[in-house]
Ligand binder design. Structure first.
Ligand code: SAM
Length: 395
């Protein structure tokens, strides 16, 4: 399957999404209340032992679920995910950042080789790491647009010391506000533009008749106001709720077993906490909890619950530790967590459909605005999971 048939690809993805949307849209709170989507695949996965489930989920051994419909679906997703790949950069180029960022910059180095020396706008350029790289290695004249003033100030002062000529503009690119004037630039790049930022970037570029647009999306769960179904080829009846949108960024490739185990522990503790609140206080709802502290999950569940209650529900009296631990280990709680782990395991495969749908729809939207568009896999998805760029050239 190649990029000439974006239309067909979108239609095929929409058909699959419509069929499997219940497996992507179920809210965790419904599950906690006991309203579950029962499906032959969740039932089959519940029969696997824990090492088999790890292989299925973390190592993507999808054939451990031996069901012809599943095998057909995973093969369809694989085919629909296949895009033209950009050449692997052969020359290691010095770049700032962690392994992921260095990989991205190195790949962009060869991907943007044809645009050497051009003027470029970097949408959401943060402190200007990409901008500095493009200026230094590809002699580009770069303007960073960034809404976070702290990042703009940090970037300006850092790059000034490095004698850079990168220009920073502090602005919030949005559909509602008049955009910055970018008509002097020849191309625009948005690396990991979250939620609607990608579509807002497109609209500004279209208004400014930008010659070339390169966009990598991310954080699809931040899409607001149903800002998808943009192209005439999209299925306007398709509604992606918050859960389905989140699944688009939760679709990973293989992950190391330590990461998998840690993620599982976080999920078990969080869901058990919400389950406890529901069972004890009829409380249904999430609070935004930070995952960052590794040490939090080294606690026994009873200690974890005590810490979380103090932080998020100080009005609730601390319950006895033994009774909390018994709740955690109860059949009902174990059953809930087992169900959610298989449900999420399936979502991590199917979420890819949501990402593909959004990507193809965005690409076709640009095509309808008189751009020649292709989707190219620029990054290695095992290093940078949001690996595909929409590349649009003005006709
Ligand atoms: C996910 S980060 C990506 C940063 C950088 N491009 C990279 O790949 O490392 C998204 C960046 O875009 C900025 N941003 C998000 N929405 C924006 C908007 N509407 N206008 C301007 N900047 C925005 C954020 O502040 C953040 O710095």
């Amino acid at each position: 399957m190649n990029n000439l048939d974006l239309n067909d690809r979108l239609k095929k993805i929409a058909t699959l999404l419509n069929k499997y949307l219940p497996l992507l849209s179920q809210s965790d709170l419904d599950v906690i209340q006991g309203k579950r989507v029962d499906h032959k695949w969740t039932n089959a996965l519940l029969e696997l032992n824990s090492s088999e489930l790890t292989r299925f989920d973390a190592f993507r051994e999808h054939t451990l679920l031996q069901d012809s419909e599943w095998l057909q679906l995973t093969s369809d997703i694989e085919e629909l995910s296949r895009f033209k790949r950009s050449a692997k950069n052969q020359n290691e180029v010095k770049a700032f950042g962690n392994i992921k960022k260095q990989h991205e910059l190195n790949q962009l180095y060869s991907f943007l080789d044809h645009d050497r020396g051009r003027s470029i706008v970097d949408f959401g350029g943060g402190v200007g790491n990409l901008a500095y790289f493009l200026e230094g290695h590809l002699s580009m004249d770069v303007t960073v647009l960034e809404k976070d003033l702290a990042l703009v100030e940090k970037g300006r002062s850092k790059l000034k010391k490095l004698n850079s000529r990168v220009n920073f503009t502090h602005c919030h690119v949005s559909n509602d506000e008049a955009g910055p004037n970018i008509s002097n630039s020849e191309l625009a790049i948005g690396l990991h533009t979250c939620g609607n930022f990608a579509t807002d970037m497109f609209r500004i570029c279209i208004d400014n008749r930008m010659k070339k647009i390169i966009n990598f999306g991310c954080c699809y769960s931040k899409i607001k106001d149903n800002d998808y179904n943009l192209s005439s080829a999209s299925d306007s009846s398709l509604h992606l709720n918050q859960r389905a949108l989140s699944s688009a960024t939760q679709s990973f490739n293989c992950v190391p077993v330590e990461f998998y185990e840690y993620r599982k522990k976080i999920m078990n503790y969080k869901f058990s906490f919400y389950h406890w609140l529901f069972k004890s206080y009829d409380h249904l709802g999430f609070c935004s909890m930070s995952n960052a502290r590794n040490s939090l999950y080294k606690n026994k569940f009873s200690d974890y619950l005590e810490i979380c209650l103090k932080k998020y529900f100080p009005e609730i009296a601390t319950p006895g530790k033994e009774i909390v631990q018994q709740f955690y280990e109860s059949e009902a709680n174990k059953n809930l967590n087992d169900y959610l782990s298989v449900f999420y395991a399936i979502q991590r495969y199917l979420g890819k459909l949501v990402e593909l749908y959004i990507l193809c729809d965005r690409a076709l939207f640009l095509q309808e605005k008189n751009y020649c568009v292709e989707i190219v896999e620029v990054f290695d998805p095992s290093i940078s999971p949001r690996s595909c760029a929409i590349v649009a050239l003005k006709n």
